[in-house]
Design a binder for this molecule. Structure first.
Ligand code: ADP
Ligand code: ADP
Length: 225
């Protein structure tokens, strides 16, 4: 059984069709990259998996369970956004722990998990700082920490490295990939950058005008945009 399955998922807003009858299966523990030019439907696909948008028709399943009508919090998945969505007035520790406190996780357990996550991401010495006092790479890791602390099995990422300079982006690609493998995470990663897709993916899903044009390991993808 695939971990994530989209079956005949369509999405439109009025006359704008973002997705038309999209089928997709994502296997557990894989790094899956949604690739394609701007407007092809990558973000919409991700947001529908997350439950941030509802599909106009079709079905979304996670671990075989129909989640099409479930709210984001009940899907057991985490999401990292392009702009990081960090809270500027909160410390690194409180940014990491925000979701835990919202969910009412007991204080001691939350503190333990914040520590673990910070160590995992090399942020343990920065717990008292605020986001503005971090480097670009550290901010990016903090955004990841906020997603990982919830211990979701699936992590969705929408162009998470696009705000970094070229060198740092390269480093973070490697770092992200290592982390994903170490934790056995399933990642669905959106990018329009073909090099990034080819260097990171186990599976590349090439989208074109709201449909899956190809779905294959990087070395088998042909004529990508
Ligand atoms: P990508 O992530 O590949 O750039 P998107 O999924 O963001 O593509 O968008 C796919 C299409 O759907 C585009 O034509 C976009 O303008 C349209 N779209 C996305 N979100 C909305 C929305 N909230 N309202 C109307 N149209 C939207
Ligand atoms: P991304 O760069 O991740 O593809 P966009 O900049 O396309 O994101 O979209 C950012 C937000 O604006 C999303 O919530 C998306 O749904 C919405 N959006 C995108 N295109 C349109 C549109 N044509 N009309 C209204 N909202 C849109």
């Amino acid at each position: 059984m695939s971990l994530i399955e989209l079956e005949s998922v369509a999405k439109s807003w009025g006359d704008t069709t973002a997705l038309q009858s999209l089928n997709l299966r994502i296997e557990p523990g894989t790094f899956c990259v949604l690739l394609g030019p701007s407007g092809c439907g990558k973000s919409t696909t991700l947001r529908i998996i997350a439950g941030l948008e509802s599909a106009s028709s079709g079905q979304v399943r996670i671990e075989g369970r129909d989640v099409t009508h479930l709210p984001p919090a009940q899907r057991g998945i985490a999401m990292v956004f392009q702009n990081y969505a960090l809270f500027p007035h909160l410390t690194v520790a409180d940014n990491i722990g925000f979701g835990l406190s919202v969910r009412g996780t007991p204080k001691a357990e939350a503190a333990e998990r914040i520590d673990q996550t910070a160590r995992l991401l090399g942020l343990a010495h920065l717990l008292d700082r605020r986001p503005a006092q971090l480097s670009g790479g550290q901010q990016q890791r903090l955004a990841l920490g906020r997603a990982l602390v919830a211990q979701a099995r699936v992590c969705l990422m929408d162009e998470p490295l696009s705000n970094l300079d070229a060198q740092l982006r390269q480093e973070m690609r490697t770092e992200l990939r290592e982390l994903q493998q170490r934790l056995g995470l399933t990642v669905v990663y959106v990018t329009h950058d073909q090099t990034e897709a080819m260097s990171m993916a186990d599976q590349v899903v090439l989208l074109h005008q709201g449909r899956v044009e190809q779905c294959a390991p990087p070395r088998e993808v042909y004529a990508a945009p």
